[in-house]
Write a protein that binds this ligand. Structure first.
Ligand code: ADP
Ligand code: MG
Length: 702
């Protein structure tokens, strides 16, 4: 179905508005996040919500004006007092009065011709702005609005205030917004009458008018009915899209897998440790999912070091019992290789055949492995997203495991869902995700939580030091390395480019090699996969004492013997990143340390981050603090990975609406899976308005 014609006017470029030139149009494209090489459209402007209002309704009369208060007066203009020539420090003043008293309107560098026309002597004008006092005399400096007595209607008594950017003025934005409002068509209602009535919500069109053209402050309030309705709409559209995606993925009703527990038992006995309670529970959850006739869509969420890999292995072992293959997809080559190393040893002891498949493998080797996957000789394939290229054919893929899903871009995820459509799905993530985000980013996956860390873990001593303590750090490191310790040394993140990251890592590698000789290795993102791999292996085998690295080691690297983590310019890293990095140590039974070195100048934010990371190892607490410090959008790196952010809904205010929208979306699609009839038409319109129309082809036919 194509976009409903009634919406076309809203998809017109902002450049069609009089007064918006190419430069402003370009600015707005980037400000509103329009797709590359496209203009922002009127709809984008309507979706840009006010952050507050200016209330101009106070008309106290001059005598009762309060300093600083934004007030509106009906003034009789008495006299113009232009400044003496060539004296720019004296303002152009205009004396005026109402029944209660006198007031001066003043303009620095005011243009006489314009002022004489705008404020003609002997006439009355409505004038609005903040009042100041000068020598006891009420003043309006550069008032915001002046309108003729009979044009009172044109004065925005309650004026929305918008987030702006350099080069986009409030007046300009309001102009475009008002134009866009005038193009807003009447759209069919997609919310059920009951829900509308219960909340006292206006229609979509009314809600847009109220927020952008408020008559009372309540109209535009974030908690107000208009804004709540629009927030619901945004959530509803998002939830519908997610449900449609999920329905596509789980459409083939699940297969009831027959598990006999033989292979998982072998894996358990091959493991050098017992599973934690959380791991046991997660495995039980997964087995139950597999045995049910519903398709599994489960998220295993556990802090760094909580042992998610083993859970994945158990799941794959269970799938092998059921007679099908499993694929484990990791976000990087290093991680895939590492997972393979951990998994293959244990898998082999349990009689499972595992293989590694990455994009960087030599073609011949890859083909050979592909052939074995196709013939069913392989039970478990570990790899990067190369696994889901069309050339890889599975004999019978039953389970897809995705590690650290938030690292994947949209394209990989789409490719995954193509291939994984018929399989059970298990997602593992270290980022503690609040329920709101689980719903918005993953739909309603079931969640297994790994709350505790494996027993015997020692806390990590975290210290914050100035970079000027470098010499002391080195001498302590020397002593530790002499005792056989291994250390990660993470180099500063340089915002401008990865190249600079690499340069700083190379420099640090050189200076450390001066002290530690060939016991120091280097990995960074610009190295070839096999080079990185070789260095990692030497570190894992304890042939290297110190591994200098850019953030390539951030996710998932597991070297239990490494007990020291040193992070340079720690102030440049985000909280979650620091937590992830620190999680690389403290994995064995030995006590570990994390040193955060910071540069001279610390911003308040950076200091708050370092204090937090020193104070706690609790990933949930850190994630919460991170949310607080950075705001919602960034937690999963939504910008980079193209995941949905919200324009209208503010989760802190509209959290409850998300749940409601979630349930309504499930409900509608259960009742009307083909989205037919008037209701279906209305919902499709909603999906277009909120740019979720990519989901429309997923609507079940008939
Ligand atoms: P993450 O959840 O960060 O992916 P890993 O799966 O890499 O964690 O596990 C971290 C480390 O903990 C690994 O060395 C792993 O072998 C070990 N581990 C996992 N489960 C247990 C357990 N139940 N008892 C002891 N060690 C465990
Ligand atoms: Mg992991």
């Amino acid at each position: 179905m194509a976009r409903p014609d009634i919406l076309n006017p809203l998809f017109a470029s902002v450049s069609t508005v009089k007064g918006v030139g190419p430069q402003l149009s370009k600015l707005m494209a980037s400000f509103f996040g329009a797709p590359e090489n496209q203009d922002a459209v009127l709809l984008d402007v309507l979706m840009h919500m006010p952050s507050g209002i200016i209330d101009r309704r106070q008309q106290p009369g001059v005598q009762f004006a309060q300093p600083g208060a934004i007030s509106t007066f009906l003034l009789h203009i008495d006299r113009h007092l232009p400044p003496p020539r060539n004296n720019k420090r004296v303002p152009y003043r205009i004396e005026a009065h109402d029944e209660s008293g006198e007031i001066t309107i003043s303009y620095f560098a005011g243009r006489a011709s314009w002022l004489e026309k705008t404020l003609p002597v002997g006439e009355k004008r409505y004038v609005s702005g903040p009042v100041t006092f000068y020598h006891g005399m009420a003043q309006l400096n550069h008032p915001d609005y002046i309108v003729a007595e009979d044009k009172f209607d044109e004065l925005p008594l309650v004026e929305p205030v918008y987030p702006l950017t350099h080069g986009l003025t409030s007046k300009k934005l309001q102009l475009v917004t008002q134009f866009a409002l005038s193009k807003l068509p009447s759209v069919p209602e997609w919310i059920s009458p009951a829900r509308i009535q219960m909340n006292g919500w206006p229609s979509f069109g009314e809600a847009m008018h109220q927020t952008h053209n408020p008559k009372t402050p309540a109209d535009a309030k974030i908690e107000g009915a208009a804004r709540a309705r629009l927030a619901y709409d945004e959530y509803f559209a998002g939830q519908l899209a997610l449900q449609l995606v999920r329905a596509t993925m789980t459409r083939e009703s699940g297969v009831q897998r027959q598990l006999d527990g033989t292979i998982t038992a072998k894996v358990r006995s091959a493991l050098p440790f017992a599973l934690t309670e959380g791991q046991d529970q997660a495995v039980l959850d997964i087995e139950k999912d597999l045995e049910s006739n519903r398709k599994m869509a489960r998220l295993v969420q556990g802090d760094v070091g909580s042992g998610k890999t083993v859970v994945a292995l158990m799941a794959m072992a269970a799938m092998a019992e059921a007679g099908h293959q499993s694929a484990l997809m990791a976000p990087t080559e290093i991680l895939a290789t590492q997972h393979y190393a951990t998994i293959s040893a244990i898998a082999e002891q349990a009689g499972l055949r595992a293989a590694l498949l990455t994009g960087k493998m030599p073609v011949g080797e890859r083909r050979a492995i592909q052939a074995r996957i196709e013939s069913g000789e392989i039970d478990i394939v570990v790899g990067t997203h190369a696994l889901f290229q069309s050339s890889v054919l599975f004999k019978s893929l039953g389970l897809t495991v995705v590690d650290e899903q938030h690292r994947f871009g949209v394209h990989q995820r789409l490719a995954l869902s193509e291939k994984g459509r018929k399989t059970e799905l298990l997602v593992m993530t270290a980022t503690p995700i609040p329920r709101t985000l689980v719903l918005t980013h993953f739909g309603d996956m079931d969640v297994s939580l790994l709350k505790e860390k494996p027993a015997g873990r020692q806390p990590i001593d975290t210290a914050v030091l100035a970079a000027s303590e470098y010499d002391r750090v080195i001498s302590r490191l020397k002593a530790k390395v002499a005792e056989g310790a291994q250390a990660f040394w993470v180099c500063p993140l340089v915002e401008e480019s990865e190249n600079l990251d690499v340069i700083s890592a190379e420099d640090r590698h050189k200076s450390l090699a001066n002290v530690f000789g060939n016991r120091v290795g280097l990995v960074h993102g610009r190295m070839k996969a096999d080079e990185k791999q070789a260095v990692m292996e030497r570190f894992q085998n304890n042939e290297l004492s110190i591994l200098v690295a850019t953030t390539v080691i951030e996710v998932g690297v597991d070297v239990p013997n490494a007990t020291i983590m040193i992070i340079e310019h720690a102030e440049r890293f985000g909280l979650s990143q620091l937590h992830q990095l620190r999680g690389r140590v403290g994995r064995g039974s030995q006590r570990s340390a994390c040193l955060l070195l910071h540069g001279e100048k610390l911003t308040e934010m950076a200091e708050a981050r370092l204090i937090t990371i020193r104070a706690t190892e609790d990933g949930f607490e850190i994630a919460e603090k991170d949310l607080e410090l950075r705001g919602q959008g960034d937690l999963l790196g939504t910008r980079q990975s193209g995941m949905p952010g919200f324009r209208i809904a503010i989760p802190d205010f509209h959290k409850d609406l998300l749940e409601v929208a979630h349930e309504d979306a499930i409900d509608v699609l259960e009742r009307n899976p083909g989205l037919q009839g008037e209701e279906g038409q209305a919902i499709r319109t909603l999906l277009y308005l909120f740019r979720k129309d990519l989901a429309i082809p997923l609507i079940r036919a008939g």
